[in-house]
Design a protein around this ligand. Structure first.
Ligand code: SF4
Ligand code: MG
Length: 329
């Protein structure tokens, strides 16, 4: 198998203090609970779902930035070195992270050229001229003018700042970029530019993206595969065309129905009742049953496994595997 990244049965369980009730006690919070996927070089996998579903925790665990309590993360076939070690830092050159807010990611006291150059310095490129040349090249590739290297973050627009953050992430030529809501802090008019840029950079550099977003319209444009998460688990995984045109899981159906569309044909919007349950109190059976309009008796008792539906995707819903199961149940 030549996957760049392989995640097997990943679990991130935390112990949290329950605020209400006396005496206060610690309870387990299963932020990520049995997540598996793989990502090939030069491809994009999108993780989608409401906030708190475990997308960002999964991303952090992939990078070794949060402690995993179970499962395996293999990058280029090898387990991640222990966080904080020299081996881990070396590996991190090859897997970079881009956050939502470019202003928070940049140091406002330093010109952006210096910030883009910094990773080269840290990772041992001692020749100053060579560093400067690399910075100019990456800035040009990303659509910034070389003279903007002298600009401070507040002198740039939001879109330019996110370009600077991307330049810094790409300057070490990583194989994997983890993008956590990379455009949600940007104006809508700038979002499309950054998405086009990401697509173009991927074609040019062959970098793989783990793309985290709640914006399904963007996900559809950019991804080769989509994994929909709910309460720390993947509930549907497949190619975007199949998922967006014929979502199989009732939760995916609701998310897809909420995508704004310019088509005149009216599509029924499925409104989910309530918020996702508290992850420290996940319901028994199918975790989605408290909000699912199709739920039936078995859903309250038995958790559906993520299994193939025979059309290239996997779905965790009793109905997706045996549509007539309700009649039998
Ligand atoms: Fe809904 Fe049941 Fe399917 Fe869960 S298993 S998504 S509750 S129909
Ligand atoms: Mg998040």
């Amino acid at each position: 198998m030549n996957d760049l990244l392989q995640v097997d049965d990943l679990a991130c369980h935390f112990s949290v203090r329950r605020d209400h009730g006396f005496p206060a006690r610690r309870v387990p919070l299963k932020a990520v609970d049995g997540v598996s996927f793989s990502l090939a070089a030069g491809r994009t996998l999108a993780l989608v779902g409401e906030s708190g579903c475990g997308k960002s925790t999964t991303a952090k665990a992939v990078l070794g930035l949060t402690h995993k309590t179970g499962g395996d993360v293999l990058f280029k076939g090898a387990p991640l070195p222990k966080a904080g070690t020299r081996e881990w830092r070396r590996q991190r050159q090859d897997m970079q992270l881009v956050f939502q807010d470019p202003l928070a990611a940049l140091d406002r006291r330093l010109p952006i050229g210096r910030q883009i150059e910094e990773p080269l310095h840290i990772h041992g490129v001692d020749d100053k001229a060579q560093r400067r040349e690399t910075v100019t090249r990456i800035m040009t590739a990303i659509g910034l003018k070389p003279h903007q290297a002298a600009s401070f973050p507040h002198e740039l627009s939001g879109g330019q700042r996110q370009r600077a953050v991307l330049a810094r992430a790409l300057v070490l030529e990583p194989s994997l970029l983890v993008l956590d809501e990379p455009i949600s802090a940007l104006d809508v008019s700038i979002q499309a530019q950054v998405i086009n840029l990401l697509v173009e950079l991927q074609e040019r550099l062959g970098v793989a993206y783990l793309f985290i977003s709640h914006d399904l319209k963007v996900v559809r444009q950019i991804s080769h595969e989509v994994a929909v998460m709910y309460l720390g688990r993947i509930v549907e995984h497949g190619d975007p065309e199949t998922i967006f045109t014929a979502p199989a899981h009732p939760y995916t159906r609701a998310l897809v129905s909420a995508i704004p569309t310019v088509r005149t044909t009216k599509r029924e919007r499925i409104i989910l009742s309530g918020d996702p349950p508290n992850p420290i109190d996940t319901p028994p059976g199918c975790p989605f049953h408290t909000r699912c309009a199709q739920a039936f008796e078995r859903c309250r008792i038995e958790r559906p496994e993520l299994a193939s539906t025979g059309d290239g995707r996997t779905v965790a819903c009793h109905l997706a595997h045996a549509p007539d199961v309700r009649a039998v149940a």
